[in-house]
Design a protein around this ligand. Structure first.
Ligand code: SF4
Ligand code: MG
Length: 334
């Protein structure tokens, strides 16, 4: 069975221009050669530090930004090749939820107007039944029909994100890109939104590309995880495999840096050492080598390709050795 979403060699390099002539002096290599599949009804998490290119991947999938190279294919249709009118139609099947619903909802539009717009645009409601459809959407997303008359500023953060979810759901998409959908919310509210997303997936068979830096949420939500470092996928594995046997040193560092559910273990937390290098001039060879505890001479010159190692795709010259070598601090909690 072919995948719902097929991403091949997706690349986005932003030109950097300087001076009065606006000459291109370099490129921010935000995303390079990213490939993955997402099957109907499943969740693929895309994780990494902030600035690693996760959001650029999300936006490029929907062509909210134009990729520099590569293809995105949804249900057999190459999104990256569509002319604009067909792209608008395609967006019915592929939606996005942003981190900050305040920034993504029009403050001057009531919730009714915000939700009616996509329904009418895509012919999923008529002026006669649009009120009813909006009310149904709100109830599906845990809000009340009378919330339709309200404006974004009248809601709490969690309710506002429910409106963001309702807007994405309005067109009954097959895939939703969730870009850090809970990281701006209070911890107590995060679980409610995560549960809502899971309920909707169970009811409607939606696939998610779930962009996050929060490994606890990812572990709970995702079927598979792609770890991104400086715009490239360095490891991809089923979620249980990734947490039990992380094979890339960067994945191990991320897991070791994550807060533990057990407060007694908190002293074990090891921040990923060093800073994320500039995407304007990524380090040669393996881009992780300046921060990698296992780096050897070869790593400074030769970029490791993604390859299959025991049920995982991993880009590290020494992936076999990594899984065997364990230090207690880097072991995930069992
Ligand atoms: Fe570390 Fe080398 Fe593996 Fe890169 S290739 S992650 S530098 S050991
Ligand atoms: Mg981001």
């Amino acid at each position: 069975m072919s995948a719902l979403l097929e991403v091949r060699n997706l690349t986005k390099h932003f030109p950097v221009r300087r001076g009065v002539l606006r000459r291109t002096v370099g490129h921010v290599q935000a995303v390079t050669d990213v490939s993955f599949d997402v099957h109907a009804g499943e969740t693929l998490a895309v994780v990494g530090e902030s600035g690693c290119g996760k959001s650029t991947i999300g936006r490029a999938l929907l062509r909210l930004i134009a990729p520099t190279a590569g293809t995105v294919t949804l249900d057999g249709t190459e999104v990256t090749a569509l002319p604009d009118p067909a792209l608008r139609e395609m967006r019915r099947h592929m939606q996005i939820i942003f981190q900050d619903p305040f920034g993504s909802l029009n403050p001057r539009m009531s919730v009714a107007e915000t939700l009616a717009e996509p329904l009418l645009l895509h012919g999923l409601a008529t002026s006669a039944n649009v009120r009813q459809k909006v009310a149904e959407l709100l109830e599906t997303c845990g809000l009340q029909p009378w919330h339709a008359a309200r404006f974004p500023h009248e809601f709490s953060g969690g309710q506002r994100q429910r409106v963001g979810v309702a807007r994405a759901l309005a067109t009954r998409p097959r895939l939703i890109v969730c870009d850090e959908p809970v990281s701006a919310l209070d911890v107590s509210v995060q679980a409610q939104i995560v549960n809502l997303l899971q309920d909707l997936q169970a009811s409607f068979g939606i696939a998610y590309v779930f962009i996050s830096h929060d490994l606890a949420v990812v572990r709970h939500m995702a079927d598979r995880v792609a770890v991104v470092y400086l715009g490239r996928v360095v490891e991809e594995a089923p979620t249980a495999t990734l947490f039990a046997t992380p094979r890339h040193p960067y994945t191990r560092s991320l897991i070791a840096a994550a807060p533990r559910p057990d407060p007694g273990l908190r002293s074990d937390r090891q921040p990923v050492r060093g800073d994320l290098p500039s995407a304007l001039a990524p380090p040669p060879g393996c881009a992780f080598h300046p921060r990698c505890p296992m780096a050897e001479a070869r790593c400074r010159t030769e970029r490791p390709a993604l390859r299959a190692v025991g049920g995982t795709s991993v880009a590290c010259h020494f992936a076999e050795a990594v899984a065997e070598s364990t230090t207690p601090a880097e072991r995930p909690p069992s």
